[in-house]
Ligand binder design. Structure first.
Ligand code: HMG
Ligand code: MG
Length: 298
């Protein structure tokens, strides 16, 4: 049977906006986070503590984290690739930090400037320090199906990375299809490779919709019992080190599908659409959510 409830992490403020060319003021990011939590999101990926030379859009990380009105029961997460990022993030009291590796060597080099093995060496002290402070640790695994530089990625590589993540104490992992080339059976193979190291409750699906496969891949993951997913309000985004990759599946579209299947998310779709309209309005482009477009056209 399929899961009866799903937990969604909205990664819009981070994954969605990191690649945005126009400046997005901290106040707009903060308002977006507020609207997401008002819509019922219980986990929000707010920002990243990465090099401002690599990802200028996230350089207001401390300001954004400081400006958020925190709601009890909502988990606020931030990306921290190394100890420098973790130490900078600490002052902002994240509930969870995210280390991010790749199943592809080439992508690891392009994204975080080191090999997979080196990345794990960098993550180890970050994970240990976070856990010592009672901060939860998630591991994002990029390119689990395909890589913009290496092409198809075998499930064995995903299993290898998941094993390394587990070995350094990462508590849960995201199976990310960074460039959206995954199709349902291949995504299932990547998830199954991960399940050799992590319990079902600790595995989430992170699907980009570049090739329009994200909802199909979500259903494929649900069939395996996965009940944690990441998505981006209004379908914002793309990764700066994955050329041509579009945003995550729109949270609105994911919620519409899940509710239509009788799966509970705790999210108010109308308020979520409003949140999507808010950020799309600021960016002066139409939402990438098919559901938002359809609802607003009525
Ligand atoms: P590096 O150049 O190898 O780092 O970059 P370094 O340790 O040699 O330091 C070089 C400079 O960076 C120094 O500054 C450091 O202070 C600074 P300088 O002396 O030249 O002025 N630096 C930092 N500054 C701020 N925060 C830090 C930090 N670390 C070093 N944490 C590094 C390595 C990881 C920093 C760099 O490659 C980087 O920032 N990469 C960012 C990549 C990124 O954010 N990508 C997008 C997120 S991943 C993603 O979107 C995928 C995901 O959604 C899942 C999916 O869909 O696949 C998660
Ligand atoms: Mg992503």
């Amino acid at each position: 049977p399929l899961p009866t409830r799903v937990k969604i992490v909205d990664v819009g403020p981070r994954d969605g906006l990191q690649n945005e060319k126009q400046p997005v003021p901290a106040a707009v990011k903060i308002e977006l986070v507020h609207r997401l939590q008002d819509a019922g999101l219980k986990e929000i990926e707010v920002t990243s503590y990465v090099s401002p030379k690599w990802v200028p859009q996230m350089s207001d990380n401390a300001e954004v984290m400081a400006g958020i009105r925190r709601v009890a029961g909502v988990r606020y997460s931030v990306l921290t690739p190394n100890m420098q990022g973790f130490e900078a993030a600490l002052a902002s009291r994240p509930d969870e930090i995210v280390v991010f590796g790749a199943a592809s060597e080439a992508f690891s080099q392009k994204n975080i400037n080191c090999s997979i093995a080196e990345s794990i060496e960098r993550f180890a002290p970050v994970v240990a320090a976070a856990r010592a402070q009672g901060i939860a640790v998630r591991g994002a695994m990029s390119c689990t199906v395909g890589c913009p530089y290496e092409g198809d990625i075998a499930p064995e590589k995903v299993g290898y990375l998941a094993g390394l993540m587990k070995g350094v104490g990462v508590q849960r992992v995201d199976v990310a299809d960074t460039i959206g080339v995954g199709t349902p059976r291949r995504v299932q193979a990547a998830i199954e490779a991960t399940l050799a190291h992590y319990a079902l409750d600790d595995v989430s699906g992170h699907f980009h919709d570049t090739y329009g496969q994200a909802l199909a891949n979500t259903l494929a993951a649900l069939e395996l019992g996965v009940w944690n997913f990441q998505s981006s309000v209004a379908g914002l985004g793309g990764c700066p080190y994955a050329k041509g990759a579009t945003g995550n599946v729109a949270t609105e579209d994911l919620v519409f599908m899940l509710h239509g299947m009788g799966i509970d998310t705790g999210i108010d779709l109308d308020k979520l659409i409003d949140a999507g309209q808010y950020i799309s309005g600021f960016l002066q482009r139409p939402s990438n959510s098919r559901v938002a477009k359809a609802v607003l056209a009525k």
